[in-house]
Design a protein. Structure first.
Length: 639
């Protein structure tokens, strides 16, 4: 659940904490040498991350209040006040374990939903919440616990500047942010698979290979900040969000803290811990505790708290974990690549596919390194994240397969056999792998549903309303519990609470802007007005800052005076208005109307963090008013 009593270490504390990490690593080596780890049992488990959403389907910063209402030990905080995490009890792989996983998670989410509704909010399972905005990602949205603020300070210091995010998909996202809150935009369904020490290397390498096809079938995060990006945008976004590398480190090729890895594990879990200690600086420390080496020498089982804390700040998509159950240590592989949602049953189907492949691959391929190249495993992972079921995956013998064909024809039968070998209940095998097979055969992933829904809604409504409709429809279908491959695309009629779509100018402002620079010839501004049927053209500098505004009225006055000297064309800077009244995206619609009336203007540029992000005009308000009246009349006619 994450250690909270942490601090950003001083230089001296870094040295002391590193000694503790190295001591923990030595203690772990001794535990392995003495064969003190649990063997002969295969447990599975899961962690569910989720979003809290308000009545307008945006993020709700009520995590602390919801946790207090819940008062339940399996729930805990996450980085943002609009996130929660649920930790499920581990179960032995076998029998009805998959049904038990679904039943426990459904019950816990029902408790969370009730608690959230007590605070005028609800829960949502989504890899990325479509309605998130940059304004939601300030430090005022960070959970007010030391661990999170210390992590932000440490990562920002390492980075030496803003966190830059560039993701190219159907659209392009190119933005910078001054803290780590971008990480909070990602929620996942993390699954755990317990392994014995002597099989760790083979099973960890297996996890690296099978993650790509499982992810291709599970993608559910295609939209971020209104942009249509990767089918599983979380993979790219998470790497950027906590990338503590300075420009100099990037130029030198230093690896990011979010990583798939650089090669196969040869013999032991120790290899991964050594590599992560060697490559990634300590960013957190915790109060001094007893020496793990002394504990081992006394015959006690150490917690290895320093090593585990450092391990928690290196984000491998398949991460090794050390734990203790009933006084006996064990090893787990934590798969962190799968997104939250679209439904609980979809998540368990993804987990069943992963667990089945993990169980069957070690029998099918005794030495996976002899039939797979590591670079192929890593490239497959990235292709699955970008394209989902549209990915072409390179498999054994250098063959390349379309992801759906590979999954249906080769991997699903292997997963089914693996679950049978693990003595999973036959009805559970049929139920969960049947759901996954139907999803793959129809190409109906959560990401595909989002893309299809946005396309079906068209462009007749505002982007904000389309995104809120997505969340409303997603939430309704999740509560119904039907798997995503059966979902119909969202429609604008499902948005509910449609009046909320016009509360702030950021919800309906125009963001596809035509702008000019001060040095441009005024004829360009006039041409833009003519071509695009607009009456105002903002003037910005090369950094996107608003410096002026050219109006249709100013052009008419110029024409009335005469065009001037043909040898010296009039520039935008000669004619633009510089004392421009602007507003922020958070400005309410009523405040914007009052501002227009007070200053007697027909448009208001919208500025955030000093940069032009949109424009709202009298015409926008007329369009909004017309839609409101139309809907009011329609609702009256059906009531």
């Amino acid at each position: 659940m994450g250690q909270q009593d942490v601090l950003e270490p001083t230089v001296e504390e870094v040295r002391l904490f590193m000694r503790r990490i190295l001591s923990d690593l030595q203690a772990l080596e001794i535990l392995l040498e003495r064969n003190l780890f649990e063997r002969g049992v295969r447990r599975i488990g899961a962690e569910q991350e989720l979003f809290l959403v308000d009545e307008r389907f945006g993020p709700a910063r009520v995590a602390i209040e919801v946790l207090e209402t819940l008062g339940h030990p399996q729930f805990t905080t996450e980085l943002a006040l609009f996130n929660l995490e649920v930790n499920l009890h581990p179960v032995v792989l076998g029998g009805r374990c998959l049904s038990q996983l679904e039943e426990e998670l459904s019950r816990l989410l029902s408790l969370a939903r009730d608690a959230a509704r007590a605070h005028r909010s609800d829960i949502l399972l989504a890899g990325i919440l479509p309605t998130l905005q940059v304004s939601d990602l300030g430090l005022d949205s960070m959970t007010p616990y030391p661990r999170y603020h210390v992590l932000n300070q440490a990562m920002t210091r390492l980075r030496g500047g803003a966190f830059h995010t560039l993701i190219k998909g159907m659209d392009e996202l190119n933005t910078s942010h001054d803290n780590v809150m971008m990480e909070s935009c990602n929620t996942s369904f993390q699954i755990h698979f317990q392994v014995a020490p002597d099989e760790f290397a083979r099973l960890y390498n297996t996890a690296q290979v099978v993650t790509a096809p499982v992810l291709a079938a599970a993608v559910n995060s295609p939209v971020f900040l209104g942009k249509r990006l990767w089918h599983e945008t979380r993979i790219a976004l998470f790497q950027h969000a906590v990338d503590g590398r300075s420009p100099a480190h990037m130029a030198r090729g230093l690896r990011p803290r979010v990583t798939f890895g650089e090669g196969w594990v040869r013999e032991s879990v120790i290899e991964i811990f050594r590599e992560d200690i060697a490559r990634f600086r300590t960013v957190l420390s915790a109060p001094d505790t007893a020496s793990s080496l002394d504990e081992v020498r006394r015959g006690e089982i150490p917690s290895l708290s320093a090593l585990r804390l450092h391990n928690g700040t290196v984000y491998r998509w398949n991460r090794p974990c050390y734990g203790i159950t009933d006084g006996v240590p064990h090893l787990r592989i934590e798969n962190r690549a799968l997104p939250a949602g679209p439904t609980v049953v979809d998540e368990v189907a993804n987990a069943a596919f992963f667990f089945g492949l993990m169980s069957s691959f070690v029998e099918e391929f005794r030495d996976i390194q002899s039939v797979f190249a590591f670079d192929d495993a890593r490239n497959n992972f990235l292709k699955a994240a970008r394209l989902g079921l549209g990915a072409q995956l390179r498999w054994t013998a250098g063959e390349t397969h379309a992801a759906p064909a590979l999954i249906r024809e080769r991997l699903l039968p292997m997963a089914r056999e693996g679950l049978r070998e693990a003595k999973i209940d036959p009805d559970d095998i049929d139920r969960y792998l049947g759901i996954l097979e139907a999803r793959v055969s129809g190409g109906r992933t959560g990401a595909r549903w989002v893309f299809d829904s946005l396309q079906a809604m068209g462009t007749t409504s505002t982007r904000d309303r389309r995104l809120r409709t997505l969340v409303a429809a997603m939430q309704r279908r999740q509560e119904e519990g039907t798997p995503v491959h059966t979902w119909e695309p969202a429609t604008l009629a499902e948005a509910g609470g449609w009046r909320a779509g016009y509360r702030t100018v950021g919800q309906f402002m125009t963001t596809d802007l035509f702008t000019v620079r001060t040095g441009d010839v005024i004829d360009l501004a006039a041409s833009l007005m003519d071509w695009e049927h607009i009456r105002h053209v903002p003037v910005e500098d090369d950094d996107g800052r608003l410096v002026g505004l050219v109006s249709h009225r100013a052009l008419l006055r110029l024409l009335a005076r005469g065009v001037g000297d043909p040898a010296r064309p009039v520039s935008v800077g000669d004619l633009m208005k510089t004392d421009v009244v602007s507003i922020a995206p958070e400005t309410t619609a009523l405040e914007a109307i009052a501002c227009m009336k007070k200053h007697k203007v027909g448009c208001l540029p919208v500025v955030s963090a000093g940069r032009l992000v949109g424009i709202v005009t009298v015409s926008d308000f007329l369009d909004a008013t017309a839609e409101i009246f139309e809907r009011e009349m329609r609702e009256e006619g059906t009531s």
